[in-house]
Design a binder for this molecule. Sequence first.
Ligand code: NAP
Length: 522
Amino acid sequence: MPIEVMSTGNVGEESAGGPAGERPWAEAGRQPSIAIIGAGMSGIAAVVKLRKAGYTDLTVYEKTDRVGGTWRENTYPGLSCDVPSRWYSFSFALTPEWTHRFSYGPEIQAYMEKVAADFRVTDVVRFNTPVARLVYEGPTWRLTTAAGEVHRYDVVVAATGILHKPAYPDIEGLSSFEGASFHSARWDHSVELAGKRVGVIGTGSTAAQIVGDITEKVGAMHVFQRTPQWMVPMPQRIYSEGWKRVLRLLPFLQRVAYRYYYEFMLRTFAAATVGNQKMQERVSRLCQKNLEENVADPALRAKLTPDYQAACKRLILCSAFYPAITRSNAHLITERIERITPRGVLTTDGTEHELDALVLATGFDPTAFILPTKVTGEQGRDLEEFWDGAPRAHRAVAVPGFPNFWMLEGPTGPVGNLSLIMISEYQVDYVISMLDKMKQDGLAAIAVREDAFTNYNAAMREALPATVWVSGGCTSWYMDKTGLPNLYPWPPRQYLRDLRDPNFSEFRLMRDVDGQRLRSAA
Ligand code: NAP
């Protein structure tokens, strides 16, 4: 339960502690009240793991009416996860029931809902309750919902995901189009596409899956490509009933499979991005071979050949795109888009491509994270202003000036061809280590030190040029406004090791004094 609010107004650092008469939770020996923002996969992992660690006073604020996050939000045809399901699973809820090696969106959403129900996560979720504002009033947080309710929490965990705000292209005339038009993450299922002339803007992971799925059903498919993408085949496999039975009987095999895919993906695709030259070359050859084997027409192949290294943009695992784009009803358009007209898309060569429907597979705003929730930390520090368009966090979890505030899948974490469920679980464990430390030492607040954050980020910036995201010669949604990727530049295994073994000297450990003022305990 949240602590009742007794006061309002941000009184800044070294401020009066909590509501009148309330001693900080760790000193008073009570449960911390924890607000978790978001009921996607990170929020679900947070509830299950925090509870297991003995932290039971949890409230999840979910802006919509269902759990699932990105798997609830994205419903486009062909939606699947190109990370193997045996690894893209909660470690505490492995299942023998996956139907495919790379599961489709509805099955993953059903899995999210089942785990949330089985582990009674939904019991603590407040659905349809977006959080508008978070203000630190040392050592607690004042949370205001969009509806204006105010509550106070000892700890806030932002499990708001990375890519949740659709990016709409800044193309002249977009609103003038008279056919159906929607973003890939806002798919309009009322629009019948069979037999129609469909345009797709974009060639990222999303577009590849959409084009791969719907081209054979539509009348004509027009793919507007600004930049070609490297793709490796997705070795899909349907799991037989017999195989499921074996896994039900011998559940330890599920753990073996989880570990197998973890090792495989880390040693191959992840290694290729962070300086393993040999692996990068192998992935490049795989991409080249995939293109040559699947696209016979040299002119089309030339259009589809990127001029940057493989894995520079997020590598696409997809076996359906090349067969789709080589169909007779598919057209790959590489001329630049001049503007959208009421009838279709006009390209710079003067051709008007007439369309019935236009899909914007143009990606997401990668700087959103917890925004647009307004977050105010110590001394009135505003998170959005602090980030200034280039979000940063210490170990993707903590931000200086924001005590008792933790992010899951925050900026500069390892993303890409990885199981983000696994990354989130490690981050939750890290947060639990922080809470355990507070409990053990009777602390009122923990915040990452400004110098630790600065040094960590400076080391990252130094390491980034060696990654293929920078050296590979492309731009991507990974880049922020500083021109560098917002990613962890070292092997993900190192990240996981560091999270396992928190270095508390990187943090300001604060103790309450007389229930009034905070001072450093270290
Ligand atoms: P994306 O990778 O950012 O791709 C957006 C595409 O739209 C790019 O091809 C981009 O071209 C194009 N574009 C953007 N603005 C444009 C404009 N004004 N004119 C023409 N083209 C424009 O977005 P996404 O495909 O939605 O994928 C985002 C991320 O979601 C992926 O990288 C991945 O991390 C995740 N995802 C994962 C899976 C999975 O299976 N695990 C599936 C889908 C998505 P440029 O390349 O030239 O910028």
